[in-house]
Design a protein. Structure first.
Length: 389
């Protein structure tokens, strides 16, 4: 296969303890396999990305746009966007190769666009598109109107810039490709791609896990749109009947996490809930995950939800709100709950926990299914698309 120089643009990794979006996890997984194929992979990001790459076993040159704050908050991302409008590392002034923007946010799109315009004949731009927010913006749930409008403007500007100037658009899932078609984007540039799991690695890591310590696992960014407040409400309904309920929440630091911790305390759920924060060490993360009985995802917005596949590979049945984007991927391998129905969600969890015989057949069925979502195959398929550029 052709050897390419691939510059990954991932400017959303900021702060002292940065949270990782699905787009960030995705490029980290792909980069590992691209390096094994002899590709020259580089990264445009912040100082925070150094430790993240180390946790994923990735040793690549990193072109730095410095952090302006150690915090990871909404205002920090706004300032990050302004930074990327004006700052480009000198080490990239004569770049030639493939620019690969990992998220459809302005702080990733603008640096990629600047590089593309600086040398259009020698640079090819591949733009990953994860999700197009609904129109009008106030259709979004569990967030403020201000955040919805800001997010919509950010996404639409980014997607249309990529539509006009990128050489290829890579929607993550067929449902995102359908959204792009309805938005009248240039479908001749569109090549849908996937997300995956490191199935063999996960199965090997969890061999030593012999005991189920947690009844429920929540592993997502700790934000309202990811259903964290619904999750707390569901817990409150369950503990009435299950006094010894044990739960772990993986993911989340900063303001939103502090709000949730206070909410847990206010509802007297603190003895039931363990906050693990972000776990960057893959060994620790998957062993924690495997110590759970059920994986819970009461999220209002998803595209692929990599965490679902990881939970399945770790041997956890999944219960989730029924989102069309997720249903198209995971089909009958997830127990679907109507959006916002916390009563039914809680009842379904209790039914599972009261009858362990329901778990084993579902676990085996999911393990067989998730084997097909292998990061290695996905990385090689995507590398074929990039090499044709």
């Amino acid at each position: 296969m052709k050897k390419n120089r691939i510059l990954i643009v991932a400017n959303g990794i900021i702060g002292k303890d940065p949270g990782l979006s699905g787009g960030d996890v995705r490029f980290l997984e792909l980069a590992q396999y691209w390096l094994k194929q002899g590709q020259k992979v580089e990264l445009l990001s912040s100082e925070s990305a150094k430790d993240i790459c180390r946790h994923f076993g990735i040793d690549i040159p990193i072109h730095i746009i410095p952090n302006i704050s150690h915090k990871s908050e909404r205002t920090t991302y706004i300032f990050r966007t302004l930074q990327t409008c004006f700052i480009q590392p000198k080490s990239l002034f004569n770049f030639e190769g493939i620019v690969y923007s990992v998220n459809d946010s302005i702080f990733d799109i603008l640096p990629a666009l600047r590089l593309k315009l600086s040398n259009p004949k020698k640079i090819k731009w591949a733009a990953v598109i994860h999700w197009l927010p609904p129109f009008p913006p106030w259709k979004r749930k569990k967030t403020t109107l201000f955040n919805s409008v800001l997010f919509f403007i950010n996404e639409r500007i980014s997607v249309w810039l990529a539509n006009f100037f990128a050489d290829v658009l890579l929607p993550v899932s067929d449902s995102t490709a359908d959204q792009m078609c309805r938005a009248h984007l240039n479908m001749k540039k569109v090549y849908p791609v996937k997300c995956g799991v490191n199935f063999s690695q996960i199965r090997n890591l969890i061999k030593t896990v012999k005991q189920k310590k947690y009844d429920l696992v929540f592993m997502k960014r700790v934000q309202p749109v990811k259903g964290i407040f619904d999750f707390i409400e569901i817990l409150e309904k369950i503990v009435v009947l299950k006094k010894d309920l044990k739960v772990i929440i993986i993911g989340g630091d900063g303001h939103d996490a502090e709000v949730i911790k206070q909410e847990v305390l206010n509802r007297n759920l603190n003895k039931h809930v363990e906050f693990a924060g972000y776990i960057f060490d893959q060994k620790i993360k998957f062993r924690k995950l495997a110590q759970g009985k059920l994986f819970i995802l009461p999220s209002y917005e998803e595209n692929w939800a990599i965490a679902i596949g990881e939970a399945m590979a770790a041997g956890l049945p999944v219960i989730s709100y029924d989102l069309p984007e997720l249903n198209q991927i995971w089909k009958n391998h997830v127990k679907w709950i109507p959006l916002g129905n916390t009563d039914l969600f809680a009842k379904t969890i209790i039914n599972y926990l009261e009858d362990d015989s329901k778990l084993e057949p579902e676990i085996l069925n999911n393990l067989h299914f998730i084997k097909d979502f292998d990061w290695k195959k996905i990385a090689l398929d995507e590398l074929q698309i990039l090499s044709r550029l």
